[in-house]
Design a protein around this ligand. Structure first.
Ligand code: GSH
Length: 235
């Protein structure tokens, strides 16, 4: 039975972290709102009852209906037999995935520092200040943390030779940062060598290479989380 993924159809956003995992590990999934449209997603989530997900992305897998990107990835990884086989290590992978979720939230707050409901144009001044701090402090702090995690097992993936859900997500983080801050990322080249190695290794996973080259891979754009606004990059 195909796993239903419910996410906004026109942005990579958080949904892309699920798509990348499913594509890399050949999970049978259906990207429901891309088959239908955004209205179908709104109607679907409002039709859910009880302990329902707060926001997309979420999945429906038979009786299982869960949101939160990190939790979905942990669930799918376990179900597909793509965990490490050791609870302690799987929890550490989940921990890293939750760190990634925290980072993604901060990425969004760069262009929406005051309120998600306002347009970027309404909060540009605050975004400018936030971006400066984000580049100077937050990106290095997080990326060095992820780099150290990969280095611990020798790379190229966080578990060493075996790819996991953390690796497809870190790949997306690096691609997103390259899109969002091309100047900054260029000047910082070499500061997180294991992450750069991972960014090269993940697209070599056979099934993922096919997806990345296909039209199904949604390009980064200015409605998503990783947005390129020239004024927010290093000048
Ligand atoms: N912590 C959640 C965040 C989910 C989230 O913020 N989803 C966004 C789209 S990427 C959304 O539609 N949010 C609606 C809202 O916050 O009101 C996760 O990591 O999945």
């Amino acid at each position: 039975m195909s796993v239903e993924l419910w996410y906004w159809p026109d942005i990579p956003g958080r949904g892309e972290f699920i798509r990348l995992f499913c594509e890399a590990f050949e999970v049978d999934y259906t990207d429901m709102a891309r088959e239908q449209d955004a209205d179908a997603l709104v109607e679907h989530i409002h039709g859910l009852e009880g302990m329902r997900p707060f926001a997309p992305p979420y999945i429906v897998d038979g009786e299982v209906v869960i949101g939160q990107t990190a939790l979905i990835l942990q669930y799918l990884s376990e179900k597909e037999g793509q965990g490490s086989g050791e609870m302690e290590i799987d929890l550490q992978l989940l921990q890293l995935q939750m760190d990634i979720a925290d980072f993604v939230e901060e990425v969004h707050s760069v262009h929406h520092p005051i309120a998600s409901e306002l347009f970027y144009a309404d909060q540009m001044e605050a975004a400018f200040d936030r971006a400066q701090n984000f580049r100077a402090n937050r990106i290095p702090k997080y990326l060095i943390h992820f780099d150290n995690a990969i280095a611990a097992n020798g790379g190229p993936f966080s578990l060493g030779q075996q790819p996991s859900h953390v690796d497809t997500s870190l790949f997306q983080v690096m691609e997103g940062l390259d899109y969002m801050f091309p100047n900054y990322m260029k000047t910082m080249q070499g500061h997180w060598p294991h992450l750069e190695g991972l960014q090269g290794a993940v697209p070599e996973i056979d099934s993922l290479a096919e997806y990345l080259a296909s039209e199904r891979r949604i390009e980064f754009n200015e409605d998503g989380i990783f947005r390129h606004y020239e004024e927010l990059d290093e000048q």
